[in-house]
Each structure stands twice: as C-alpha cells, then as structure tokens.
Ligand binder design. Structure first.
Ligand code: ASP
Ligand code: MG
Length: 409
C-alpha cells in the first residue's frame, strides 16, 4: 500500500518521540508499504517563533513571518530523516521548495496549487522514505509561504492526493474522532467511520482534531483519511465517502463552539434592501457572519439577529452603532456569552424528527434555545454559555451516542 503518514507537533515533541515515530515508520516499511512522511514542527515551536516575531515588530511583515515560521518544520524533518537512516532505512528530508509545493502568494494563509511529485516517486521507487516539511509552500516568485496554523494536515492530504496514495494517516495525540468532546461527555465513543461531509461540519464547528481545509481537500480529491493515535495502536477513525449501502447512524457526533457572539438590530423597517445594507458592510470588513434570523413583528418592523466570532464582537457593536440611524433601527443589543451546539449526521437526510429530539432534550434540562439553524446534515442551536456542558451531555444521551456500536473497519 502507498501511505502518507503525518505526525503532529506532540508526536515529534522530543528526541524520544521522534525515535518512536521512526520506529513506527520502520514497522510500516517492514510490512512492505511505501511511506511518505509529512511532519509538523516540534510542539510549541511555532508558538515560540510567533512570539519572537511580535517581540521585534508590532505588525510583523507577512513575508518575513512566513520565512520565520517555516523554520520549525526544518528541524523536525531533518531529525526524523537522521533517525530513519540510523535504523538502516534510507530517508531524505524535503523543504517545500525542494519538492516544489506550489502555493498562491497569500502569505500566512496560502493555498496549495500544485505539487511536483517526481522526486517523491523516484525516492519511493528507490526505497527511500521522503520526509516532507508540512505547513509551508513556495509561490511562483520563489517566496516561502505558510498555509495557516495547523496547516500541515493540509500538506499531508495534498501530498497524498498528488501521489494517489491509498490512505493518508494523521497520527496525533487522540485516538480518533469522538461522538462528542470526551473531556465533557464521559461516555463519548470513538467513531469507526465518518463521512467527509460530516467531518467537515465537525471540524468547522469546533472539533479541533483536523484542520477543516485538510478535510475539504480530502473530500474533493477522495483521499481516504484516517485519524489515529501516534502513541497507541488502534484503528482510529476512517474518514471516507458515503457508501450507498452503509447503514448510517442518524447522528454521528455533537460539536460545540465557544467562539460565538450574537447581535440584534431592533425595529428595522421591513423593506427591501435592509439586510443587505446592514450585513454588507460587515462582510466587506472581512467579518464572518454565521447564523442569521429575521423576525417581522406585528407592527411591521423587523428584528435582525446574527452571530459572529467573539473576537469580532466589539468591532461589530461599533459598526451597528454607527449605522443604526441610517437604516432606521430602533436600537441594537448584543450578547457575547453564548455558545453554539450542533448535531451532525448524514442520516438526517432520510430521518424526520431529529430536531424535535434535540429540542426535547434541551427542554427537559430547562435550557432556553436562543437561535436555531439547520442544514441538510446539521442542526445548530445557540444557548447561554453557562449551559454548554449540560446541553452537550443532554443531546449526546438523547441520541444514545455512547452506546453507538463503533464500527471497525
Ligand atoms: N507547525 C504549524 C503550527 O503549529 C503547522 C502544524 O502544526 O500543522 O500551526
Ligand atoms: Mg495540528
């Protein structure tokens, strides 16, 4: 089999752990697999580098920041390649320009456009294990770029797609994707399989296991992705395309996000163009709007409520204050002590009553729902921050996720 193995920061945090990674790669090679490795920087290193940047400059230049941050991965790949060679396994480390991992020029959040895989194929043919620096790329003018924090997952998936690998394995500090955050829900179960679509929702909704862009990329190029522990053996969680004959659980998992705030513009005239006049400037200021709800009251005026990330709250309050008169609103109110809880599952498509079951569970705990939004495979509610744990547990138990028969692959 052709594999890409990706190891995160905690898996390469010390010389001992790098040796353990080398042992794992050697085991895979001994089983006859062809393995390409992608690494993160040693745990804490990228944070340390980011701190250095702000120690010398208030607003570090983006190009130079990328040159700095990309250096973390150079250390880990060289160390792993040495450890493999020491074990009698030929290996070669590669920085992004050496492979040619081409990206656009968007420093600090570049997107991969193309990977030249010739050198990797040649190595694999010759029994050499390539060890590639994650998170970094090179633009058309030869500048170093980085893909955004956590971006080495995306490098791994892109390399796997370019090599047409059988599976991209993300070795990390948890042993898979869970039905809910195990730190909150005691009986949370590891999922055996989850679809790309579900994982994308879970990843974007706050489960930190995988970088959302990596999941998006894997789905687009149909790269089977597996999340597994770098410290124990176990099958982990396979993320794959939905099989027609696969009996889907109605709900696969529950995600939450604390990073939410909600704002309401009160009593705006119910006429065409108002939503666009209010939300347009916010979007143009690069502030992401998530849920939007509008209610028209008996007096014919409307309340427009929407949510943004908590960090954008103060800024949006200022903007609403400025535009209030111009759009003819009576006033505005806001709340930044809210959280979003979502149930996700492709099985929802073919089952009714999922929303009711979720709402019943919250009602039974006397938790007030402040906003609701739905998509084909997801139902999200906004509740007060203080109910987060209780709400997640209540919904998890309402869908009997602890007993979920974990399907092994
Ligand atoms: N080293 C980078 C970071 O800490 C990339 C990664 O770990 O995925 O964000
Ligand atoms: Mg990571």
């Amino acid at each position: 089999m052709r594999y890409v193995y990706k190891f995160g920061g905690t898996s390469v945090a010390s010389p001992e752990r790098i040796s353990a990674v080398a042992d794992r790669v050697v085991r895979g090679l001994s089983e006859g697999h062809r393995i390409t490795v992608v690494l993160s920087a040693m745990a804490g290193e990228t944070n340390r580098l980011e701190q250095l940047a702000v120690d010398v400059a208030k607003r570090p230049d983006a190009r130079e920041r990328d040159v700095l941050l990309a250096s973390g991965e150079q250390v880990s790949i060289a160390l792993l390649a040495m450890a493999l060679i020491e074990r009698g396994r030929p290996a070669r480390s590669y920085l992004a320009p050496q492979v040619a991992i081409r990206t656009d020029t968007a420093h600090t959040r570049a997107r991969i456009e193309h990977i030249d895989v010739e050198c990797l194929h040649a190595d694999l043919e010759a029994g050499v294990t390539p060890v590639i620096a994650g998170f970094q790329g090179i633009d058309a003018d030869g500048n170093l770029t980085t893909l955004g924090r956590g971006g080495s997952d995306t490098t791994a998936v892109a390399v796997a797609a370019a090599l047409d690998a059988d599976e991209c394995r993300i070795y990390t500090d948890v042993d898979g994707v869970y039905t809910a955050d195990p730190r909150i829900v005691d009986g949370a179960a590891r999922l055996g399989v989850v679809t790309f679509e579900e994982m994308l929702e879970l990843a974007s909704l706050g489960s930190k296991v995988l970088h959302p862009r990596a999941v998006e990329f894997a789905g687009k190029y149909a790269v089977p992705l597996r999340v597994l522990s770098s410290f124990d053996d176990g099958p982990g969680t396979l993320i794959t395309t939905e099989e027609q004959d696969m009996e889907q659980p109605i709900v696969s998992g529950i995600a939450y996000s604390r990073d939410e705030a909600k704002l309401t513009l009160l009593g705006v005239p119910d006429v065409p163009g108002v939503a666009s006049r209010i939300l347009g400037p916010i979007g143009r200021a690069n502030i992401e709007i998530d849920m939007i709800v509008q209610n028209v009251g008996a007096d014919g005026s409307a309340d427009l409520t929407f949510t943004v990330k908590r960090g954008d709250y103060d800024r949006v309050c200022e903007m609403l204050d400025e535009m209030r008169e111009e759009v003819g609103a009576r006033g505005f109110e806001g709340d930044n002590r809210i959280v979003k809880i979502s149930v996700v599952g492709v099985g929802m498509r073919s089952h009714a009553g999922v929303a009711t079951r979720m709402f019943d569970a919250l009602a039974a705990e006397n938790i007030n729902i402040r906003m609701i939004s739905t998509s084909e495979i997801k139902i999200s509610v906004v509740v007060d921050e203080r109910y987060l744990e209780l709400a997640v547990r209540a919904v998890h138990s309402a869908f009997e996720l602890s007993e979920a028969a974990v399907e092994e692959q």
